[in-house]
Design a binder for this molecule. Structure first.
Ligand SMILES: [Zn+2]
Ligand SMILES: [Zn+2]
Ligand SMILES: [Zn+2]
Length: 248
């Protein structure tokens, strides 16, 4: 067990949706209509917050401010970025104003090194509000609430996942298809696998697991628990998968 296990930690799911929220404004399918009628059926973009001595987010998608408000999270200390896709980074533009207004220390942003140029090109106005930390594969970052290890995912050239070693050891692999062998070796001793399961059925055009592929991958590991995220849910009814998969 990690020496940082004292104190109260929570890993909160800010969102478990895919690249689009549920309901989707342009869609009138039964699933989206159910989500319009029942807030419990709605999903926002995938993100988690580790809450302890500090507040550390993984990704900052377009739903960020609403997610923080919903969970009564009133400050941000650190943000780890998995990759530069809209559903994971569009909320970054909103963090400068509260940092300046509330007088927080600059927000530490941990991001794959090759993505740093986005800040000088697109988010230059945040430079007083943030401190950028380039991430490298295999690197360990020690923060007050957890040790963070950077592992490669199979999604984009620079996409990464994280192993969060705190009270328990959690692997967060989103977005991804079958991870590289090095990553599979790194996650073998984790307690919980949080895994991309975006597609309801096979679509090899995009580099994401389907629900069935994600479950099959997890079953081949000895990781005790798996939580699926980055879900599109477009064939789900009553919050359940109905395509006939067996989940034993
Ligand atoms: Zn995504
Ligand atoms: Zn729909
Ligand atoms: Zn992506």
């Amino acid at each position: 067990m990690n020496e940082k296990s004292e104190g109260t930690h929570q890993l909160v799911f800010l969102g478990s949706g895919g690249p689009f929220p549920l309901p989707q404004f342009f869609c009138s399918c039964a699933i989206c209509n159910a989500a319009r009628l029942d807030p419990a059926e709605r999903r926002t973009r995938a993100s988690v917050a580790l809450i302890g001595e500090e507040v550390t987010l993984i990704d900052a998608g377009p739903d960020l401010e609403m997610q923080l408000e919903r969970e009564s999270i009133s400050k941000i200390d650190n943000i780890f970025i998995t990759h530069w896709h809209y559903d994971h980074i569009a909320g970054l533009g909103a963090i400068g104003y509260p940092q300046a207004l509330c007088g927080w220390k600059p927000i530490d942003i941990y991001i794959p090194e090759k993505l740093l140029t986005h800040f000088s090109h697109e988010l230059e106005y945040l430079k007083e509000q943030i401190i950028l930390h380039p991430l490298h594969l295999g690197e360990n970052i020690s923060l007050p609430d957890a040790d963070w290890k950077v592992v490669k995912t199979s999604h984009t050239e620079n996409s990464v996942g994280f192993i969060i070693d705190s009270k328990i050891k959690v692997a967060y692999l989103v977005d991804t298809t079958l991870p590289p062998e090095d990553t599979i070796q790194e996650i073998v001793d984790t307690d919980v696998l949080i895994l991309d399961a975006m597609f309801d059925s096979l679509d090899t055009k995009w580099r994401h697991f389907t629900v069935q592929e994600a479950i099959d991958f997890w079953k081949k590991t000895s990781i005790p628990d798996c939580i699926l995220t980055h879900l599109s849910c477009h064939r789900w009814e009553n919050r359940q998968w109905v395509a006939g998969f067996s989940f034993e």
